[in-house]
Write a protein that binds this ligand. Sequence first.
Ligand SMILES: Nc1nc2c(c(=O)[nH]1)N[C@H]1C(S)=C(S)[C@@H](COP(=O)(O)OP(=O)(O)OC[C@H]3O[C@@H](n4cnc5c(=O)[nH]c(N)nc54)[C@H](O)[C@@H]3O)O[C@H]1N2
Ligand SMILES: Nc1nc2c(c(=O)[nH]1)N[C@H]1C(S)=C(S)[C@@H](COP(=O)(O)OP(=O)(O)OC[C@H]3O[C@@H](n4cnc5c(=O)[nH]c(N)nc54)[C@H](O)[C@@H]3O)O[C@H]1N2
Ligand code: SF4
Ligand SMILES: [Mo]
Length: 755
Amino acid sequence: MGTNHDHATAGTRTAFRTCPLCEAGCGLEITVEDGVVTRIRGDRDDVFSKGFICPKGSTLKQLHDDPDRLRKPLVKRDGVHVEVEWDEAWHIVEERLPAILREHGRESVGVYLGNPSAHSLSAMLYNRTMLTALGTKRRFSASTVDQMPRQVASGYVFGTPVTVPVPDLDHTDFLIVMGANPYASNGSLCTAPDFPGRIEAMQARGGTLVVIDPRRSRTAEQADRWLAIRPGTDALLLAAMVTTMAEEGLVHPGEHVAAHLSGLDEVLAALAPFTAESVADATGLSADDIRRLARDMCAAPSASVYGRIGTTTTEFGTTTSWLIDVVNICSGNLDRRGGAMFPKPVAGGAGTRGKPGKGRGFTVGRGVTRVNQYPEVMGEYPAAAMAEEITDAGDDRIRALITVAGNPVLSTPNSDQLDAALADLDFMVSVDIYLNETTKHADVILPSPSQLQRGHYDVLLLQFAVRNVANYSEPVLPLDDGQPDEWEILAKLGLIAGGMGAMADPAAADDLALESMVQHSVADAGSPIHGRDPVEIMAALGTQAGPPRMLDFMLQTGPFGAAFGANPSGASLALLRDQVHGVDFGALEPRLPEALRTPSGTVELAHPVLMADLDRLHAALPQLEARELVLVGRRHLRSNNSWMHNISVLVKGKPRCTLHVHPDDAHRLGLADGGVARVTSRVGTVDASVEVTDAVRPGVVSLPHGWGHGQSGTRMRVAAERAGVNSNVLTDHEALDPLSGTSVLNGIPVEVAPA
Ligand SMILES: Nc1nc2c(c(=O)[nH]1)N[C@H]1C(S)=C(S)[C@@H](COP(=O)(O)OP(=O)(O)OC[C@H]3O[C@@H](n4cnc5c(=O)[nH]c(N)nc54)[C@H](O)[C@@H]3O)O[C@H]1N2
Ligand SMILES: Nc1nc2c(c(=O)[nH]1)N[C@H]1C(S)=C(S)[C@@H](COP(=O)(O)OP(=O)(O)OC[C@H]3O[C@@H](n4cnc5c(=O)[nH]c(N)nc54)[C@H](O)[C@@H]3O)O[C@H]1N2
Ligand code: SF4
Ligand SMILES: [Mo]
């Protein structure tokens, strides 16, 4: 097995590739000399990133060369991982996985999909194939420690969970960044290479940046106004902003939106009790500041609230995301230039397919978890429930687990509990490039090729981009001998689960998957190939299996698509292959009502599930006011969740896994800068080194996640030298936003004392 790429190995060439490490998707210019990458820099001609890169972008070379990166499968023998050939690894999977499925049924297998699978064309297209073949409902992913609340709110309000409004960064006059630090993260659910540059351009044209964050982050330093909110209370602030707007007669959604809006009056009435005064103590903000923010937002020519991790991974994550929409609507900023707008993804998505303007809407609860009856949301269960589903579900327990590009032992709550649970599995397979804290539990580790050895298109993240752009990357380097591509690994896992055996050809599975997509599209009244002959379409797509062919189909049938000849200058793989710096299909344009897929065909602002949650929010006020010390996270530009800590150029320098403590708290608690603090939550304890700093508000301590390396049985030598501690030992697996099943990772009650 293995795809052949015909690359010249002699001489110097330049390759262009989109960086897959974070959501910004910067264009890279990569110099390859005699088959070896010698330089990576920003592609100045990239239509979207225009030369911008961050310090991580150029380390794709170090990642490729990392001696600890797996190049052959590992299997566990007598507790130790040893390298084997691919055939042998597949043989073991074939021996063990179907037997468990046969004996205990499909639900005995669980799957966890990690963050890099959202950045991989192979995984985006073929995880689906694998999941369908497995047939289990016990799917988990990083979404429930991340953005799921935003998606659930969008599902209810706009009709699909990918219909997420993004700030029209390049045209806005007033940007409120809430619980996000794009100077470190480079942005999320807002695909915008050089987010910092776009913020500075806004300020240069007279615009205003307001940052709402318990920490004076790098983004807050850049802000014209920083409001140091108490963690977990953003929903209250937003509710009070709406109420201020209502009290002062400032609610004007605008004619264009009002024509497609339902439920506004109900929402305003329900929010009326949340006055600026009533939420001041809980939020830690003065009523004056709250009212001023509401007024200034309404007075600005255009404005947008943008919320991220600090708003979603909280007790009221879904309601907060919804209230962001409410604020954007009431201030007249939904679906207009400079406001919060709906991208139109070139490769299409749930918000561009089907009947424009109407749909089935969004529901949850097709199934519940065994132990705590958590409902299904977007085809998955809370990651926080994974451990108990393995250990506490009796005969119905998860016996086998497949992880793809995930490190839940560091990234999901109550890590020690999950670490112990994974040791209880009968069988575990990991598709991963490292032997780390999670994959050390796997019986078989199947390594994907390196990022430079794969083609790329951001199928998911371009759905949230601030311009409608498209960019395809060819693999820069050929696959190693015998190395399957990532899509082939995933398709083959599906074939084995489906009883076809390890020798089955992934190309056959690919043909079937594509045929079903084509059938679906010709039957879809909204599709540009509606009514065409599927045989003709399949013939036009050719016989070369794999992600490029499937992507070509998506591009051609997308909203700018060439539609197999119907729109010859439109999007297709051929066009993108020709335009190596990407194609810009322009700035975001208003999309209401066409973008909606709600049953009523309106923006359903007063969805009953969301309205009902306001009672819970109101009831939580006293408890939110009474909170003493709480823990939040933070990100650093040179890090990426848990997995880029094995790249020396990124981790060198001052240790980053420190506990930020405000000087007042340090004094009160007897903590000294450089000393060690013992941090204790309901579920765990860690000892972290203390950094006393007024960059965090009193009553809040901050520890980054993704650290805690150096466990035995792993193979990440650089990371082990700067192990740090795992903040998710402290986060509570029972603390969830009930509407989305998303973990509370910010605002964890803790006690801190000198160690
Ligand atoms: N306390 C706290 N916890 C958090 C967060 C927080 O803010 N605070 N943030 C949360 C968020 S937003 C996220 S997205 C999650 C991330 O949670 P996860 O997705 O579970 O964890 P990552 O650290 O991204 O681990 C990625 C894994 O993929 C592997 N990998 C890297 N590239 C590839 C590839 O191309 N192919 C394959 N097959 N494997 C690859 C790496 O070796 C690593 O094992 O963490 C969450 N956890
Ligand atoms: N360098 C780097 N870049 C990354 C990643 C990384 O790990 N490193 N991870 C990527 C991933 S997977 C994601 S999802 C994105 C996340 O992207 P962002 O959401 O921008 O992530 P953070 O930088 O963690 O910013 C979250 C901010 O929320 C603040 N905060 C915490 N609690 C609260 C609260 O209750 N209310 C408010 N208002 N603020 C709060 C924190 O102090 C922090 O500054 O970043 C992506 N990019
Ligand atoms: S900002 Fe993100 S996409 Fe751009 S170079 Fe850095 S890691 Fe890569
Ligand atoms: Mo994330």
